[in-house]
Write a protein of this length. Sequence first.
Length: 160
Amino acid sequence: MKKTLKIVMGILLCSGVGYLSSIVTRSSLTTWYPQIEKPWFNPPNAVFPIVWPILYILMGIAVGMVWAKRAAAESLVRKALIVFGVQLLLNALWSILFFGLQNPKLAFFELVVLLVAVIFCGRQFYKISPWAAYLLVPYVLWLSFAGILNFSIWMLNPQP
């Protein structure tokens, strides 16, 4: 398969996970989420549907670039793709925990695991394609901000 096709497939995969995550998120955006306390630095809701598609596209390009190198470094690529898949599942799980279960506490701890997984993924990608790893930097930065935001929401809305 050509590199371009693998990149397109990577983008479709990541965007598909993002779409599925948004299904869980949508109902809470009009019910639960507006009712909870949020910190002063909480972005307007309009920011999220702009940022996430960009991040999913960057993630898709990155995974496609790594996947395209499979013939050159099969065992490294296989490991990197597995780590990527794990972080992508963790990405989807966060929406379920935060919005679906309305549990900022559990979502925060899961987000920490997600952030570690993405950093580990970036390290694996770097061994294969430094540019693919660099494409994950905005994702790491956004997840770091999301972690601070998630933690703040948890603190402002204590659960029993």
